[in-house]
Design a protein around this ligand. Structure first.
Ligand SMILES: CC(C)(COP(=O)(O)OP(=O)(O)OC[C@H]1O[C@@H](n2cnc3c(N)ncnc32)[C@H](O)[C@@H]1OP(=O)(O)O)[C@@H](O)C(=O)NCCC(=O)NCCS
Length: 348
């Protein structure tokens, strides 16, 4: 069975930089609080009118396709990871297909939040291994800035997230030694509500408790109600401490799972590119695995947490900076909403 490799990488971040100081204009927070708790100094927010999750994905994809030395017509499948799609449905994969003027290829949207890129990569790997596709475009893109509570009420969440996109073009590996060695995916749905955007959704029945006499017409609009707006229920919710506690256990666990599967050791990792959840989490993981500074790549300081986009952005930046060379052992790992988590080990 063929293995697969990353043949091209690209990323895009919006031009608008918002520093921590900028956020203090909308909410009661401080540069010191944000940096101490998360390591973030600034993040990018998409242009409110012109940029969407899809337009950012287009920019990242064009670069990844060019770097793989293929053309758009050669792409035979799209896997799009996002929690902030342009539309509730259809997914952003078909919008990307349209904007790039691609052939009528399949487009799969996946919803695995911060682990989205690892899940997408793993799916691409399986399709390449079976020979079903030869050039798969894997994208992670997020426009968080359109659905965040920028008042003091939402500060524990809104200071963390930023916008951006990353893309990877996946192909069969031509030699026997390089490529994706393995991927490992996990979830624990008992934490589903601890990091979530509960509405809009079809679970809105609880809002009926105060509305015993709603008409059928009103019930037809339960997806979004004025009460949800008033209560801030349309914004993401995060139990930060629960996320932190679980993340610092699951990150090292799933990295070790990948190493053990391939009979490799922590010292063999040339570069760990963790999902950029929070610098404190990355440092914790680095310490618990005993990795040196040069073995772990972080760029959350500049972009905040870009969820499904964070790994491809970081991977691309690390590669552009010459931190990944042929033959290197690169480990990707993620943890996030669901909870879901995963890892992938790549021989570059
Ligand atoms: C979110 C996180 C930084 C919050 O840090 P924390 O130490 O747990 O903070 P708490 O939520 O206990 O809040 C501590 C205080 O800071 C306040 N606070 C919360 N956000 C704040 C902000 N942006 N600025 C200033 N103060 C803030 C709280 O209101 C609370 O005040 P109180 O003590 O008067 O009630 C931390 O839990 C974390 O890093 N969690 C992981 C989150 C993560 O990585 N998410 C990404 C998902 S993949």
């Amino acid at each position: 069975m063929k293995s697969s490799k990353i043949a091209g990488l690209g990323y895009y971040v919006p031009k608008n930089v918002y520093t921590n100081e900028d956020l203090t204009k909308f909410m009661d927070t401080s540069d010191a609080w944000i940096q101490e708790r998360t390591g973030i100094k600034e993040r990018r927010f998409a242009d409110r009118k012109g940029e969407t999750t899809t337009t950012m994905a287009v920019s990242a994809s064009v670069t990844a396709i060019e770097r793989a030395n293929i053309s758009v017509e050669d792409v035979d499948f799209i896997i799009f990871a996002t929690l902030s799609p342009d539309y509730y449905f259809p997914g952003s994969g078909v919008l990307l297909q349209r904007e790039l003027k691609m052939k009528e290829v399949g487009a799969l949207d996946i919803r695995n939040q911060c682990s989205g890129f690892i899940y997408a990569l793993s799916i691409a790997d399986q399709f390449i291994k079976t020979g079903m596709y030869k050039n798969i475009l894997v994208v992670g893109s997020e426009k968080h800035s359109f659905a965040m509570d920028f008042s003091t009420r939402g500060r524990n969440v809104s200071v963390i997230f930023g916008d951006g996109a990353g893309a990877a073009l996946i192909q069969p590996a031509t030699d026997g030694s390089s490529g994706i060695l393995s991927s490992h995916l996990h979830s624990d749905g008992s934490y589903a509500e601890e990091l979530a955007m509960h509405y809009p959704g079809t679970s809105g029945g609880k809002w009926l408790e105060n509305k015993p006499n709603w008409s059928e017409q009103e019930l037809g609009g339960m997806f979004v109600t004025p009460e949800m707006l008033e209560n801030g229920a349309l914004y993401p919710y995060m139990n930060g401490q629960e996320v932190f506690k679980k993340a610092i256990v699951k990150f090292p666990e799933v990295i070790m799972e990948a190493l053990e599967k391939n009979n490799l050791k922590k010292e063999d990792i040339d570069l760990l590119v963790p999902h950029q959840a929070n610098l404190r989490i990355s440092k914790f993981v680095q310490k618990s695995l005993g990795l040196k500074d040069g073995q772990v790549f972080n760029n959350i300081q500049k972009y905040g947490n870009t969820t499904a986009a964070s790994i491809p952005i970081a991977l691309c930046e690390a590669w552009e900076e010459g931190k990944i060379k042929d033959g290197d052992l690169v480990c990707l790992a993620a943890f996030g909403a669901g909870f879901t988590w995963g890892s992938a080990l790549i021989r570059w």
